[in-house]
Design a protein around this ligand. Structure first.
Ligand code: F6P
Length: 373
């Protein structure tokens, strides 16, 4: 009997999701004669058994589209907001899986989705995941789909900001997404020729940043582009957070644990304004005028790049082959030209951050870019 598979997209959307849905769907139906059911809006739609037909024509014409035809949400199976309260909806998910006679569930998502998928695997479901996110921070895969498109958009933005910064002799601080990882800011910063790049993995010293900008002024360059990752922290901020996290690890008392968690959340929400703060500090320290551009969700929108369409298709079709072979409980990782199944236990809870000796960091330094450290 042919297999029946479910598919959903979870977490923030990412260019290339539709290419991956199409890759799974077309190969499952065309090559193996499997049946495919889409679930809407991530794990919430799975809980509520809200489905979408993914047969025949419904998979045509979506390769070039941004977003996800299935819709997405940041809901977690074990902590879903229902009527104002967080509830564990895992049993409802198992019910949906059984009611639809699924042989496998494909979850397309980033780091959080890998953790949620592992939880479902532990409940006995045949789960398989694909790594998507513009942040490129999923562990044990060479890359994730969405990253290349976002890299192109952020690079284009830096290119455009150059001419206006130059005309007005200004600093332009451009904030680039990436959550707590610096891949996108570093990649776009190098490709766009930013003068300063600030990354979450390398806490910055504001004096060093302003020194780099003043140095440019001395050499006749009266404008500067500062590419800052949304998760970048100053040396002081990073050490404050690290200390609180250490205290949290050592906390034995429940109340103390709760208080420390609240304190960390408070600090982090204060640091959410870092880009504006940085711009103001640079104005004071350099005497130049400074402007802020926050690229935000522009980086996730619109047509996926050729690279992301190709990656989504490669991972999607490899996923179907694994299902045909009965290999579950894995993430389909991109590895060189090919793909590799990696056990979910190894991926979940791990993040791929930039190592301080990464070749991109070395290249940035060698072309004279300040990393503020
Ligand atoms: O994970 C992708 C991402 O775009 C991050 O870069 C960013 O921090 C976050 O999602 C934004 O989330 P939301 O779309 O929920 O505002």
């Amino acid at each position: 009997m042919s297999k029946q598979i479910g598919i959903l997209t979870a977490g923030g959307d990412s260019p290339g999701l539709n290419a991956a849905i199409r890759g799974v769907g077309k190969s499952a139906q065309g090559t193996y004669g499997m049946r495919v059911i889409g679930f809407r809006d991530g794990f919430r739609g799975l809980t509520e058994n809200r489905t979408m037909r993914l047969e025949g024509d419904s998979l045509s014409g979506i390769l070039t589209k941004g977003g996800t035809i299935l819709g997405t949400s940041r809901d977690k199976p074990h902590k879903m907001l229902i009527g104002g309260k967080r509830q564990d909806m895992t049993d409802a998910i198992v019910e949906t899986y059984e009611a639809n006679h699924l042989d496998a569930l494909v979850c397309l998502g980033g780091g959080g989705t890998q953790k949620n998928a592992l939880r479902l695997k532990e409940k006995g479901l045949n789960v398989i995941t694909l790594p998507k996110t513009i942040d490129n921070d999923v562990a044990l895969t060479d890359t994730t789909f969405g990253f290349d498109t976002a890299l192109g958009i952020a690079t284009d933005a830096i290119d455009r900001l150059h001419s206006t910064a130059h005309s007005h002799h200004r600093i332009i601080v451009v904030e680039i997404m990436g959550h707590r990882a610096g891949w996108l800011a570093l990649g776009a910063g190098i490709a766009g020729g930013a003068d300063v790049i600030l990354l979450p993995e390398l806490p910055y010293d504001i004096e060093k940043v302003s020194e780099a900008i003043r140095g440019r002024v001395k050499s006749g360059k009266s404008f500067s582009i500062v590419a800052v990752a949304e998760g970048a922290l100053s040396v002081d901020q990073a050490s404050r957070i690290a200390k609180l996290q250490q205290d949290l690890l050592n906390a034995t008392d429940k109340a103390e644990h709760k208080a420390l968690k609240a304190l960390i959340a408070e600090q982090e929400s204060d640091y959410a304004d870092n880009t504006l703060r940085l711009s103001r500090q640079l104005e004071q320290l350099t005497g130049l005028e400074s402007r802020v551009t926050i690229l935000g969700h522009l980086q996730r929108g619109g047509t996926p790049s050729a690279t992301d369409r190709l990656l989504g298709t490669r991972l999607g079709t490899a996923c179907t082959q694994l299902i045909a072979d009965g290999r579950y409980g894995v993430m389909v990782a991109a590895r060189g030209e090919g793909t590799e199944p990696v056990p979910l236990e190894q991926v979940a809870g791990n993040k791929k951050l930039l190592p301080p000796d990464h070749p991109w960091i070395e290249s940035a330094r060698m072309v004279g870019t300040s990393l503020g450290d």
